[in-house]
Design a protein around this ligand. Structure first.
Ligand code: NAD
Length: 418
């Protein structure tokens, strides 16, 4: 991704933009622009060849006014302190906009997991769990998967925590495998909320997602599940991409076959009878809907001028830079913001945590029904905010809803103390 916009500055700009449509004291807002604390640590592990390597890792606890800190852990060479702080802040406002009782956190390790064996990654994850142990807990801070982490890493985190604490605490992390206390429906949850947000947005615009052409950047958990569910709904997914590039078929891709190809070969490249595109070309295709579902800063100001779609649903966190946002607002492109569109992951994480606390499992149907209720109600709340304030964009309207809820909890708790 070419633009070097600092995601933490992007978050602060988004909060400043929303504050113009809110009656919030500037000192209270200032508090909401910074994390409460950030752990920065160096993890050293023994590699398979007997040598020792050191990895930088972070955990940011941004705000706990509405409940325990909650947010994923990312393994990526591009992880920085500022990125982790930004992602933890987005979690606060995401949980607030869909009204689930969590604050926001995020973590990351600076590592390219492709360069390490499974046993090295297990040692690295367990070393991180040891550092996290005093900070996390079922009532305090609850990690989850993010880019390049999944059920396996969550199972290791939970196991290390439980071993050290000499207890069982399945709710200390979410996104676990089912037999380790995971929830039905969690793997597809973020892609499902992207589909639901897109469906609601098209409905609001008196259009039908089933008649739309769709391009999706990023074909990991979020992108591939969104593609599958939009395809099932009848939408026409014409282009998808991963870090190897994009594939395009104007008559519609065979999504299931593309997913099989990616699973078998590790990439989308070389998928039969499709045209190859760059990721930039995918984002500017003549389609109805673009879903950026890879990493931050995918749509820069330069790309924004060429975006042809009139709806963007953000699957990734922070995929549009603030400058690009301004360009897209001028061209009246409707953007369903990340904090609502990809909130399905944390919502079903919340359901997983509730099930863990109850020691009772829900059916997949119940999980999906509850998720649909949460996302459609949040979308209604977003449109109410957009139509009842002068907020210029859906993003600003979403932050207005979210900030109000966080400030209300802060004030009800007595405000600043001591
Ligand atoms: P993932 O690791 O499963 O997939 C990421 C995908 O992006 C891969 O297909 C990768 O090849 C692709 N990619 C990376 N760089 C790219 C580039 N330059 N161009 C095109 N594709 C590129 O990760 P994920 O879990 O699907 O997460 C994707 C985004 O969604 C992240 O921003 C993450 O924070 C956000 N998110 C994830 C969840 C979740 O539940 N997994 C929840 C909320 C938000």
């Amino acid at each position: 991704m070419t633009d070097q916009a600092n995601p933490f500055e992007s978050l602060q700009t988004q909060l400043d933009d929303a504050s113009e449509y809110l009656d919030v004291d500037s000192d209270v807002l200032e508090r909401l622009k910074h994390p409460e604390r950030v752990l920065e640590t160096n993890l050293s592990i023994v590699l398979d060849d007997g040598s020792i390597e050191v990895f930088r890792a972070f955990r940011s606890q941004f705000n706990g006014d509405r409940g325990p800190y909650k947010g994923g852990i990312r393994y990526h060479p591009g992880v920085t302190r500022d990125e982790v702080m930004a992602l933890s802040g987005w979690m606060v406002y995401k949980c607030a906009v869909v009204d689930i009782p969590y604050g926001g956190g995020k973590g990351g390790i600076v590592v390219d997991p492709r360069d390490y064996s499974d046993s090295e990654l297990e040692r690295l994850t367990r070393a991180f769990a040891v550092e996290l142990r005093p900070l996390i807990g079922e009532n305090r801070d609850i990690p989850a998967p993010d880019v390049n982490t999944g059920q396996r890493e969550m199972n290791w985190l939970k196991d290390t925590y439980e071993t050290l604490e000499r207890t069982t605490a399945p709710g200390v992390v979410t996104g676990k495998a089912i037999d380790s206390g995971g929830s039905a429906g969690r793997v597809a949850a973020t892609g499902r909320s992207v589909m639901l947000a897109a469906r609601e947005a098209f409905d609001w615009l008196d259009r039908d997602l089933a008649d739309a052409t769709v391009a999706i950047q990023g074909y990991g958990n979020v992108g591939s599940q969104a593609a599958r569910l939009i395809d099932e709904l009848g939408g026409d997914v014409v282009a998808v991409s991963d870090s190897s590039g994009a594939i395009y078929d104007p008559s519609g891709l065979d999504v299931a076959a593309a997913t099989d190809h990616k699973r078998e070969t590790g990439s989308l490249a070389g998928f039969a009878e499709t045209e190859s595109l760059t990721n930039e070309e995918l984002l500017t295709l003549e389609v109805d809907l673009v879903i950026p579902a890879a990493l931050e800063n995918a749509i820069t100001e330069a790309i924004a001028h060429d975006v042809a779609a009139d709806v963007i649903v953000e699957g990734a966190n922070g995929p549009i830079t603030p400058d690009a946002d301004d360009v897209l607002a001028d061209s009246e492109t409707h953007i369903v913001p990340d904090i609502l569109a990809n909130a399905g992951g944390v919502t079903v994480s919340y359901f997983e945590w509730v099930q863990n606390r109850q020691r009772f499992s829900w059916t997949e149907e119940r999980v999906n029904d509850e998720l649909e209720r949460v996302i459609t109600e949040a979308f209604e709340g977003l449109i109410d905010s957009y139509e009842s304030t002068d907020a210029p964009t859906l993003r600003t309207a979403a932050y207005v809803v979210a900030i109000k809820r966080v400030v209300s909890a802060f004030e009800q708790g007595g405000g600043s103390w001591p």
